[in-house]
Design a binder for this molecule. Structure first.
Ligand SMILES: CC(C)(COP(=O)(O)OP(=O)(O)OC[C@H]1O[C@@H](n2cnc3c(N)ncnc32)[C@H](O)[C@@H]1OP(=O)(O)O)[C@@H](O)C(=O)NCCC(=O)NCCS
Length: 159
């Protein structure tokens, strides 16, 4: 493994409004229709939403390398957003955030995790399959800005 691909030690903790500038910059480089600051603020204020940041120390600077947002409702976890800063991709950070989500599911007796992903997002689909998700259905033209279908994926937390 080359130096630039090393998994640096990380810490996962709650996102706060002070993190939003860094989170929004990752969001913008990651999605064709990025969330607005207002959408993130609503998630931070919502009782059923968990917003977590992955923080690393690189060259003596604290950096947000990735984040995950999910809802816990009616005994299910719904993944809302997951993104890794471009320069820190392919090091295992997204996998580590999904592992954390599963730990939280187990702590809260949540049995099922679900998400929607663009049909064309092969990297993310591979990541989710590796983390135990399987495709359960399709939402046709779910992404209105591109008319793209979403795959619905599920994972049994205890499976
Ligand atoms: C998808 C994304 C979150 C993956 O983050 P990451 O930290 O690079 O992923 P990881 O390093 O934890 O990868 C875990 C597994 O995912 C798959 N994967 C991740 N990136 C991949 C790529 N570019 N090509 C192929 N497979 C990939 C692989 O199976 C990988 O395991 P491996 O390294 O043993 O092959 C990241 O590319 C990203 O932020 N993309 C833009 C936002 C996005 O699409 N989010 C998901 C929305 S549903």
């Amino acid at each position: 493994m080359s130096c630039e691909n090393l998994l640096l030690p990380f810490m996962i903790d709650r996102m706060s409004s002070a993190d939003l500038p860094d989170v929004l910059s990752i969001e913008k480089e990651s999605f064709p229709a990025p969330w607005t600051p207002g959408m993130f603020k609503r998630e931070l204020e919502s009782a059923h939403s968990r917003c977590l940041c992955m923080r690393i120390n690189s060259s003596n600077r604290n950096i947000i390398a990735a984040y995950i947002i999910f809802w816990m409702i009616s005994g299910e976890i719904h993944l809302q957003s997951l993104a890794v800063k471009k320069e820190y991709r392919k090091r295992g950070y997204a996998g580590a955030l999904l592992k954390k989500m599963k730990e939280i599911a187990l702590e809260n007796n949540v049995a099922v995790q679900t998400l929607e992903v663009r049909e064309s997002n092969t990297e993310a689909i591979k990541l989710y399959r590796k983390s135990g998700f399987v495709v359960k259905g399709i939402r046709p033209k779910y992404y209105t800005e591109t008319n793209e279908n979403a795959l619905i994926m599920w994972a049994d937390v205890n499976g």
